[in-house]
Design a protein around this ligand. Structure first.
Ligand SMILES: [Zn+2]
Length: 113
């Protein structure tokens, strides 16, 4: 399962951050997940809830921020947020788009204690 391997990496990253900062517990994990990243937030959440037991994240809250798809149109040069699943510029209808945000997933911040 794709989401489980993400969670394993995430917990490892949390451990590393605790070590670097001389802390012992993670309180909150803030993630940004792009709508184009291919990561399913609810699957990630359930994988996290299972895996976090007996790790430094055992009592940590997972907070997921969904990032909309932000594109720049190469035809009309406007930036837009894509709401629908069609990959077309909402301003002019062109499909010559460059994705500026919403493609990846990353750790935004950690609250440690
Ligand atoms: Zn356009």
């Amino acid at each position: 399962m794709h989401e489980l391997s993400i969670v394993i990496d995430l917990v490892a990253l949390c451990e590393e951050n605790l070590r670097k900062n001389n802390k012992s517990k993670i309180e909150e994990v803030h993630l940004k997940i792009g709508r184009l990243s291919g990561v399913e937030p609810h699957l990630l959440k359930s994988a996290y809830d299972v895996y976090k037991k007996e790790t430094v994240c055992e009592n940590a809250k997972l907070i997921i921020n969904l990032q909309d798809i932000v594109v720049k149109c190469n035809s009309c040069e406007k930036e837009s947020i894509l709401k629908k699943n069609e990959f077309l510029c909402p301003k002019c209808g062109s499909n010559d788009l460059e994705v500026l945000d919403g493609e990846d997933m990353y750790l935004m911040s950690l609250t440690m204690s």
